[in-house]
Design a protein. Structure first.
Lengths: 251, 326
């Protein structure tokens, strides 16, 4: 079996008496979409924070393609190939869609300590950004300030920025949030093709989307992973139905 | 006309006006006006420096007078020893050459900004403002209690420092030097802003979490921005001391730091020519309303209030519209 791209080993994080993350271990294998689901307050955000580097775990380790990155900063992890999107769109508001992507390309190419050549005359950077925007279907909106883009367009731009990083794995935090049926359907088919490029750890509330996309699902409840398995496994798991699915779809 | 072209046109107009008015004054034999224009140019250079930190990087330094004063003392001390023929220390002689003084002022200001930045950039918001202020106040009280160079009485520069090919005793020559340095500093600002460094710095101001998530470490970029910012303000300080032929702790006072911020807000935060417009407004207010009433600062305060409430982009923003980053 291949080595995991991303691996969490026994991550734990407490806030006072609250165990937000309780001995969480999971793997993200090449070519898969691994969905992380769980009811509100299950600790998904805290766990994502520890993977991205925003929050330091009390115990446990984060490994990215065979390297222990537990002590690395957010920026260092991004450079090593952790491409994340945010739950609430988090872009550079005054920059156009194209400049948001260009910034990510610039970051991937190396350092930003270049003081003379104007960015906007860097045709290589501009064209690469255009190509990525075209992939997510935003090329017509390339010169629009990201603050002015619609909610759905901003979600797509989040994906485009992550794409520009050419990451080893994607960390997508509720990419479907607020997209509506049509937008979700488009994104689902897009993510399906994206996983060939790099595996995706997907945190998502939209159960239909998760069941259509995920190769494996892990269920997080009160900071603990209570089950990991295929879509069929999770659908059939009594404990999962009791604590989670029961609330969403009392079928 | 789109707002980018409008702004370039406005900038060109301001640059020409700042040259034409003292040129007219030269013809009309009004040296006072030339000196006013020189003061505007030098204050603008100081504010261009701060505009890198504040405008591009969103670092509200309330202590940039520290670099202004440091530059001023470099010019004063160098001139003092050159005049007396005594060494500064360990056999290093003074100098009356502006170019050498400027280089030293920029290197020292950059080094000081590196120390202040490395410590203060670990904080943000009100804490950053207070730490930068605290460092400037340390500089202020240090110079105040430093008897070797005049202490609170300050240090006069008896003969203005020299510039190759210029007679710095003549107001017009000094203006040309200041104008040249202003254009240079504006060019540096424009280059930085358009380059990858500027793209990263402005992105960090708007969304540091996003910048980090794509692999741009905010701390390093901001620190370099802060150092460049301090260097340019230090350069302005050395020129300011030569203009007034005097340097005192007042150059490091917190009111001076505040004045630089006011200049930028009046002209337009992050706008290329914001510091020039702001400096012209401040000096203009001081001269014209200062002649009418002692309370000119009250009226300046009202203008500032108006700008903050109704024209967040400053005067440049009011005329040219919002910035467009393309």
């Amino acid at each position: 079996m291949a080595d995991p791209v991303l691996e969490l080993r026994g991550l734990s994080k407490s806030f006072g008496a609250l165990k937000a993350t309780d001995n969480v271990s999971l793997t993200l294998m090449p070519g898969e979409i691994h969905a992380l689901i769980g009811p509100n307050g299950a600790g998904k955000t805290t766990l994502m924070g520890q993977i991205s580097g925003k929050i330091a775990p009390d115990a446990g380790e984060v490994w990215l393609s065979g390297q222990n990155i537990t002590a690395f900063s957010v920026a260092q992890r991004a450079k090593l190939g952790l491409g994340r999107s945010f739950q609430v769109s988090s872009l550079i508001p005054e920059y156009s869609a194209q400049r948001n992507v260009m910034l990510a390309l610039q970051a991937r190419q190396g350092h930003s300590f270049r003081f003379l050549k104007p960015v906007m005359r860097d045709s290589g950077l501009r064209e690469a950004a255009r190509a990525i925007l075209a992939r997510v279907g935003l090329d017509a909106r390339a010169s629009v300030e990201s603050a002015v883009l619609s909610h759905g367009e901003r979600r797509l731009l989040e994906i485009a920025v992550a794409l520009a990083l050419k990451p080893k794995c994607f960390l997508l935090d509720e990419p479907m949030a607020g997209l509506g049926a049509e937008g979700t359907a488009r994104l689902v088919s897009f993510l399906h093709s994206l996983k060939e490029e790099a595996p995706i750890l997907l945190v998502e509330h939209d159960m239909d989307a998760v069941f259509r996309l995920a190769d494996r699902i892990s269920v997080l409840v009160y900071g603990r992973i209570i089950a990991t398995g295929s879509v069929a496994d999770i659908r059939g798991n009594a404990e999962v139905r009791a604590v989670y699915l029961g609330e969403e779809s009392p079928a | 006309m789109d707002s980018t072209r409008k702004e370039w046109l406005l900038n060109a107009l301001i640059a020409v006006a700042l040259f034409a008015v003292p040129l007219w004054a030269l013809m009309a034999n009004e040296p006072f006006i030339i000196t006013l224009a020189t003061r505007i140019a030098i204050l603008a250079v100081a504010a261009v420096g701060l505009n890198i930190a504040l405008g591009l990087g969103g670092m509200v330094s309330f202590g940039h007078a520290l670099y202004l004063g440091l530059g001023g003392y470099v010019a004063g001390i160098a001139a003092h020893h050159a005049f007396n023929g005594t060494p500064i220390f360990a056999g290093i002689p003074g100098t009356n050459q502006m170019l050498i003084i400027w280089a030293i002022a920029m290197v020292l200001s950059g080094a000081l900004a590196a120390v202040v930045g490395a410590l203060s950039l670990r904080t943000s918001g009100i804490f950053f403002i207070m730490i930068t202020l605290a460092f400037a106040q340390m500089g202020f009280f240090f110079t105040l209690s430093w008897p070797a160079y005049g202490g609170e009485d300050g240090l006069p520069i008896f003969v203005r420092n020299q510039f190759p090919g210029m007679n710095t005793a003549r107001p017009w020559d000094l203006f040309l030097i200041a104008y040249g340095v202003l254009i240079f500093s504006l060019a540096v600002f424009a280059l930085l802003r358009a380059a990858r460094f500027g793209a990263a710095l402005m992105a960090i101001r708007q969304n540091p979490d996003r910048a980090a998530a794509i692999g741009i470490s905010p701390f390093g970029i901001k620190l370099v921005g802060f150092i460049l910012s301090g260097m340019i303000t230090g350069l302005a300080g050395a020129m300011m001391a030569d203009l007034t032929r005097f340097v005192s702790p007042v150059m490091m006072a917190w009111t001076m730091s505040g004045e630089l911020i006011v200049i930028i807000i009046l002209g337009g935060v992050g706008r290329l020519f914001g510091p020039v417009v702001g400096a012209a407004l401040l000096v203009g207010f001081e001269v014209f309303f200062g002649g009418l009433t002692e309370h000119w600062k009250l009226w300046l305060g009202l203008v500032l209030l108006g700008v903050v409430l109704f024209a967040r982009g400053g005067l440049i923003g009011l005329i040219a519209g919002r910035t467009q980053h393309g």
